[in-house]
Structures are given as structure tokens and as C-alpha cells.
Write a protein that binds this ligand. Structure first.
Ligand SMILES: Cc1ncc(COP(=O)(O)O)c(C=O)c1O
Length: 399
């Protein structure tokens, strides 16, 4: 090895707790690959299949030669489709020129943040937050200022605490509603107040809404619907979760045209257009999804209800039913030192893989996250094993 070869500072910053949290999931995957009886509840990749007709549509697109470069902003027909959906959900006009297509929401978030933040700038984010954000801010060298959600009040966002965290170095307020991991929905009034508060201070407000379509009793309110003005507003959405299309890599941003133009300059440099046939599939999926979406919502609600009812029946475990999304946060503080100890021993002893809450933020160090990405039939043995593990005093029979 030539030790004089140097990596960038960005790469050097890419380490930390989130990678150790994922190491537990990786360990579970290795065990699974080695033939062990492992149930994976540690990742947000739905077990549901992409709609058959979407797959048929993409096959036809491929046969028709839709395999060439696509415009930097994305295919116009897809942007028109998304603009119409956004106009309906925000109840205000939306032009295709306000939409940009990305290979997944992750890249959309990365690109947006690269366009808004310089190293040392502060970004305010409620926590617990999605693990994937950390790496993006590490690459940029931005300082993440977290604001704890009110854990005991259904992970409610306290907007006074958000305002207190904002100072002269804050460039972006980054929200995620419905939230991963907590499945909390930020009410429209809070979004409206925060958007106005940020605009007065020349601060961007960016909202990741990738779980917007997986809601239960209460509907999602988009930041674009809530905000009185859109000059500082950017929203991000995608198909990974809503349409069980994680592997297709398709996401988008919605922002006023001048903002979209700046983003386009950036993405043209780093992406140079997304895959044509995937965009054809996305347009098809978004226009033929009414029954599918209703089915998905019912399915996740059924899974949520099942898991919450089982968790609450296990002595020492607690959870609050999430309002949205595909995860349940389980409080293990009564029986374990923290979520990591619980998850580590659960994997070793019962072969069930869950994610330690510390990966999402300090306030969920005493939690583990269970994914609702398996059907009730498969969740049942997972819950049986968790129950047996707790009742046996969290011991590892192998030790
Ligand atoms: C809140 C949140 N945003 C973004 C993503 C990533 O989305 P994509 O697959 O479109 O990159 C995830 C995936 O788990 C997520 O939970």
C-alpha cells in the first residue's frame, strides 16, 4: 500500500456512529447469507413487489430503445405528471419547470444540500432523524444542530425549540415529515409558522417527504401546501417507499423555478440526466397507482397494529403507534442499558435484526427500530422470538 496517497477531507469525515449502527445490520445479512435463520427487521426496503404492470411497461420501454441520455432536468412527461400531483397535494399551481428528477431521494437531498451549504454552515434538524442524512452533511462539512422531538408525546416537533436552535450561522432548516424513524407527522400549522420564520431570516426550509403516501389515520400535509410563500421552500419525494421501488432509484425535488435552475446546473454537472426507462416506469407507476396506494396503506396499517399490539403485551417494552411510514420505535429502557445492547443480544440469541435507536439520535438511544417490511405472517415469528428473548431476561443461549 502506498501510504502517501491521500483521500479528501470529505471521505475522512465519513465515519462515526451511524456506520457502527449499520454494522449490526451487515452482520445480520452475513449470517443470513451463511444460511442462518435470521429475520431482518433492520432496513426500510419493502417486501412488496413493484406493480406487475409497471414492470411490463419498463420492458416495453427498453424494447423501444428508451436507453439513451435524458434531459438534465428529467423527462418532460414525468415532470408534468409529478407537477400535476404536486399541484393537487399542495393546492396551488405547480409547473414542470419546478420539478427536477434524481436517481433517488438520497441524491436529491445531497444535491440540494450541496447547493445551499458551505463547510461550517449550520443545518438544523429534528432528531431522531434518518441515518442517511449524517453522511451527506459529513461530506459537505456542514454542522448538524439537532433538536430533539418530544419523545413521550408521540415524537411531536416543538417549534419553539427549533426556533431557539436557529442562529446567524443557520443556513437550512431540514425537516422530514412523515418522519423516519418515528412515523410522526408535522402539522401544517407548524410547517407554515416555521417556513415564515425562516423566510424572515433568509434561511432555507427543506422537507423530505418520501413517506408522504404511507399515512394512517391522519393525512400528510406537504410543506408546499402549508407555507404561505415558496421563495425559500424545497421539498423532496420519491418512489422508493410509496411504490416499493427502492432499487429503481427515482426521486425528485419541487422548488420555485429560480431555485430549480440553480439545482439543475449542479445536477447537470454531477448526474447528467437519469435513466430514460426508469423515468418511463415512474410516470406509469404514478398514473396507475390508485388501488395500489390504498392497498399499501392498508397493509402497513395492519402490520403496524399487529406489531404495536404484540410489543405492548411484552413486559418491559413500550411503543407509541406511528402515524405514518414503515417503522415502529420500541422503548427498551426498562430492560436494557440501551438499544444497542438489546439489538446486539437479540441478533445473537434469536436471530432477529433490529436497528439501535442511537443511530437516529441521542433521544432514541434507549430505543430499537423495527421495520414493518415483512407481512404479518413473517412478523409473527419475529415477535415470538422477541417475546421469548425478553421473557428469558435477554440472555443469549449461546453464551
Ligand atoms: C427519510 C428518508 N429519506 C430518504 C430515504 C432514501 O430514499 P431513496 O431510496 O429515494 O434514496 C430514506 C430511505 O430509507 C428515508 O427513510
Amino acid at each position: 500500500m502506498n501510504t502517501k496517497l491521500r483521500y479528501s477531507q470529505a471521505v475522512a469525515r465519513l465515519s462515526g456512529e451511524s456506520s457502527s449502527v449499520w454494522s449490526l445490520h451487515e452482520r445480520a445479512r452475513e449470517k443470513l447469507a451463511a444460511g442462518e435463520d435470521i429475520i431482518l427487521l433492520s432496513v426500510g426496503d419493502p417486501n412488496l413487489a413493484t406493480l406487475d404492470s409497471t414492470i411490463q411497461h419498463v420492458v416495453e420501454a427498453l424494447q423501444q430503445g428508451r436507453t439513451h441520455y435524458s434531459p438534465g432536468a428529467g423527462e418532460l412527461s414525468l415532470r408534468q405528471t409529478i407537477a400535476a400531483i404536486e399541484a393537487r397535494s399542495a393546492n396551488r399551481p405547480c409547473s414542470p419547470n419546478e420539478i427536477l428528477i434524481f436517481p433517488g431521494a438520497t441524491h436529491a437531498i445531497y444535491s440540494v444540500m450541496c447547493c445551499l451549504l458551505d463547510p461550517g454552515d449550520e443545518v438544523v434538524i429534528p432528531e431522531p432523524m434518518y441515518i442517511g442524512y449524517r453522511g451527506i452533511f459529513d461530506i459537505i462539512g456542514a454542522k448538524v444542530v439537532t433538536v430533539p422531538l418530544q419523545v413521550d408525546a408521540g415524537f411531536r416537533l416543538d417549534i419553539d425549540r427549533v426556533k431557539q436552535a436557529i442562529n446567524s450561522k443557520t443556513r437550512v432548516l431540514f425537516l422530514n415529515t412523515p418522519g423516519n424513524p418515528a412515523g410522526n407527522i408535522i402539522p401544517g400549522e407548524s410547517l407554515q409558522e416555521l417556513a415564515a420564520y425562516c423566510l424572515e431570516r433568509n434561511i432555507w426550509i427543506v422537507c423530505d417527504e418520501v413517506y408522504s403516501m404511507i399515512t394512517f389515520e391522519q393525512r400528510h400535509v406537504s410543506l408546499r401546501r402549508a407555507a404561505a410563500e415558496l421563495a425559500n421552500v424545497i421539498t423532496i419525494d420519491g418512489l422508493s417507499k410509496s411504490h416499493a421501488m427502492t432499487g429503481w432509484r427515482l426521486g425528485w425535488t419541487v422548488a420555485a423555478e429560480p431555485i430549480t435552475q440553480k439545482l439543475l446546473a449542479f445536477t447537470s454537472a454531477v448526474i447528467f440526466g437519469c435513466c430514460q426507462f426508469v423515468q418511463d416506469a415512474a410516470r406509469y407507476a404514478l398514473t396507475n397507482d390508485e388501488d395500489y396506494m390504498a392497498g399499501i396503506r392498508d397493509e402497513y396499517r395492519k402490520r403496524r397494529d399487529y406489531v404495536c399490539q404484540r410489543v405492548m403485551a411484552i413486559p418491559g417494552l413500550h411503543c407509541q403507534p406511528p402515524q405514518a411510514g414503515m417503522f415502529v420505535m420500541v422503548n427498551v429502557t426498562q430492560i436494557a442499558t440501551d438499544g444497542f445492547a438489546f439489538a446486539d443480544r437479540l441478533l445473537a440469541s434469536q436471530g432477529v435484526s433490529v436497528l439501535p435507536g442511537a443511530g437516529f439520535g441521542e433521544s432514541t438511544r434507549g430505543f430499537v427500530r423495527l421495520s414493518l417490511t415483512l407481512g404479518v405472517d413473517e412478523l409473527a415469528p419475529a415477535m415470538d422470538r422477541i417475546e421469548a428473548f425478553v421473557l428469558a431476561g435477554m440472555t443469549n443461549p449461546a453464551n
